[in-house]
Design a binder for this molecule. Structure first.
Ligand code: ADP
Length: 191
């Protein structure tokens, strides 16, 4: 198996690059943000529990997120590997993921850090809002999400750096060029 975490602030391009990666490397894509939005639109019990949290731009509690993630991995027993997009977002989530994968004789092979400035993020999300209509792309919610990123999620990076797994990729520029750099990192990690 080849398991990849794509890491970066909101609006870094994780979703865009993930779509290209799964195409080329046939990994199963797990986006916790997409999963939560699906639960909300289908009005599941989980969706009702997390709707307000997402609307407010806050992080869903770890226990809920970890359970949902693990279940999704179990639902894909034939996957050649996973790309984790939007997970882990806290150190306890990263620890839980390591433990969970270890129990299956697997591990995270690579963490791709998409490096983007705060100014660029704000610009991009303002643009995305016009198309996506995502409630959490509003200015105030966005600031909250960026705040959650810099107070909680950023600590996931040293967790993986200590394991020597992080490759930093410049997330600003041409989508194809960024993808090219990502492919080099994946190919090197698979070699
Ligand atoms: P972004 O575009 O900001 O990266 P996502 O689509 O990944 O957004 O996530 C949207 C929202 O879903 C987050 O703001 C948060 O409320 C919730 N969420 C997604 N993944 C996680 C996670 N791993 N832990 C807690 N909350 C999460």
């Amino acid at each position: 198996m080849f398991n990849l975490v794509i890491f970066g602030p909101p609006g870094a391009g994780k979703g865009t690059q993930s779509a290209k990666i799964i195409d080329k490397y046939t990994l199963a894509h797990i986006s916790t943000g997409d999963m939560f939005r699906m639960h909300i639109s289908q009005k599941t019990e989980l969706g009702q529990r997390v709707k307000q949290i997402l609307d407010d731009g806050l992080l869903v509690p770890d226990s809920i997120t970890i359970d949902m993630l693990e279940e999704e991995v179990q639902n894909n027993p034939d996957a050649k590997g996973f790309i984790f997009d939007g997970f882990p977002r806290t150190v306890p989530q990263a620890e839980a993921l390591d433990k969970f994968l270890e129990g299956k004789g697997e591990k995270i092979n690579l963490v791709l850090q998409l490096d983007v400035t705060e100014a660029e993020i704000k610009n991009r999300i303002a643009e995305r809002k016009k198309i996506s209509g995502r409630a959490d792309d509003d200015e105030e919610k966005l600031l909250k999400r960026i705040d959650e990123y810099f107070t909680k999620t950023i600590h996931v990076l040293p967790f993986y750096q200590e394991q020597g797994k992080v490759v930093k990729v410049n997330g600003i520029g041409n989508i194809e060029e960024i993808f090219g750099t990502i492919c080099e990192a994946i190919d090197a990690a698979q070699a």
